[in-house]
Design a protein around this ligand. Structure first.
Ligand code: T4K
Length: 371
């Protein structure tokens, strides 16, 4: 490959269109703190995503930290080790103990069958992740939460416009948190959001992201500065115009990879799940070392030699990082599925504009490593 091919490449709208928005920002001198583009984007995203209440954030991590504060989560929270480290960091920033539970081999999400055994009197919530945009078993998780009186906050940072039987996945649970980082399906350079179910909760979240201010002279909580600015919001408004097309292109790429890998022993892919509208944010494949000439790490290196930069999302597991490995639930051998998947997974390049010839080439390099 002449120029590097990364796991993703942010979609950007035509610069002329963005300039029109910038001109308005220059004219009004309204740069942040609930500016007109911020207000419009909240409204437009609610419409697009099919939700009633959404608060924009400067990034997904601060949205996660704030979501936990908004519900006053304390003690222990059950979560997955198979995610980006920000999921667990958000607990740490709130002085909450993460309790890691294994994942389901079918979708790599928190395994609901293993949650109950991890509940203690200190457990207050469950923080699952819809990894790669594939929905968790929201019904079962909801049932467990109901039985034990736990809150559910979904890390929905990989989902955009994903639906289950026509219902937005981000409407399940008490809160859902999204990321609009540059590497995501829908990006505002950096950005994020919390989705909630009622106006009072939105108000609390909006206060928390603005230092805890509830009006000009009252501070009701030790909030943080996590506001989305007008340049980010303008980018979001423009991205909305193109996002369906972008998801369509991702879908074509995912389908092509699947075709190319179908029937190849040693490599497995996740298929589309029935009844789900996917957003194809990542394209993970698993390399079975017992059936492949080269293992995942060797394939990762081989791709790099061809100037192709897949990523081992999520390796190592969060529970294996030095900062978290001392926790009881993180001990080796306790999460056999996650420990296996993290050694076998590699996410391949997928983004709008990735040429199909490149997809073919990536698949053929991998196939030559397997047989
Ligand atoms: N929860 C979950 C489940 C998440 O996945 C994330 C973020 C969060 C929470 C937190 O949300 P944020 O606070 O980030 O909004 C990236 C992203 O930085 C991170 O947002 C994302 N998850 C994570 C899965 O991936 P890195 O360290 O892999 O990023 P980086 O800089 O290596 O970028 C990956 C590739 O993308 C590069 O090799 C090239 C390409 N790229 C990247 C950027 C930033 C571009 O072409 N242009 C760019 O501007 O973490």
């Amino acid at each position: 490959m002449n120029s590097p091919v990364y796991v993703t490449k942010p979609f950007l709208p035509p610069l002329e269109e963005f300039n029109e928005y910038l001109q308005k920002i220059w004219d009004t001198r309204w740069l942040t703190n609930n500016g007109p583009f911020h207000e419009e984007l909240e409204k437009r995203l609610c419409e697009y995503l099919g939700v009633n209440y959404l608060s924009l954030f400067s990034n997904g991590t601060l949205a996660l930290v704030t979501a936990l504060q908004a519900l006053r989560i304390t003690g222990e929270v059950i979560t997955t080790p198979f995610s980006f480290v920000a999921t667990t960091h958000a607990l740490w920033w709130n002085n909450i103990k993460p309790v890691f539970v294994d994942i389901d081999p079918r979708n790599f999400n928190l395994d609901p069958g293993k949650i109950e055994a991890a509940i203690t009197p200190k457990t207050t919530a469950i923080l699952p992740v819809h990894v790669y945009g594939n929905p968790c078993d929201v019904e079962k998780i909801g049932e467990i939460a109901g039985t034990y009186g736990l809150k559910v906050i979904y890390d929905a940072c990989h989902t955009f416009g994903v639906t289950i039987g026509g219902l937005p996945v981000i409407n399940f649970g008490d809160l859902s948190v999204m990321s609009f980082h540059a590497t995501k399906v829908f990006n505002t350079f950096e950005g994020g959001a919390i989705i909630c179910h009622d106006a009072a909760t939105k108000k609390r979240i909006d206060n928390l992201k603005n230092f805890g201010f509830a009006g000009e002279t009252t501070v009701v909580a030790p909030g943080i500065n996590a506001k989305m600015n007008e340049v980010q919001a303008a980018m979001g408004l423009l991205q909305l115009k193109y996002v369906d097309r972008a998801i369509g292109q991702r879908k074509e790429i995912a389908h092509r990879y699947r075709e190319l890998f179908s029937g190849v022993e040693g490599i497995s892919v996740l298929d589309d799940f029935p009844g789900i509208r996917h957003c194809y944010s990542y394209f993970p494949v698993l390399i079975d070392p017992s059936k492949s000439k080269k293992n995942r790490n060797e394939i990762y290196e081989e791709l790099k030699r061809h100037n192709i930069f897949g990523r081992r999302y999520f390796y190592p597991l969060i529970s294996q990082f030095p900062t978290y490995r001392g926790i009881e639930s993180a001990q080796p051998g306790r999460m056999p599925v996650a420990e296996k998947i993290t050694e076998e997974v590699i996410c391949l390049p997928i983004f709008p504009g990735l040429p199909m010839e490149t997809v073919n080439e990536i698949a053929s390099i991998i196939q030559s490593c397997i047989r």
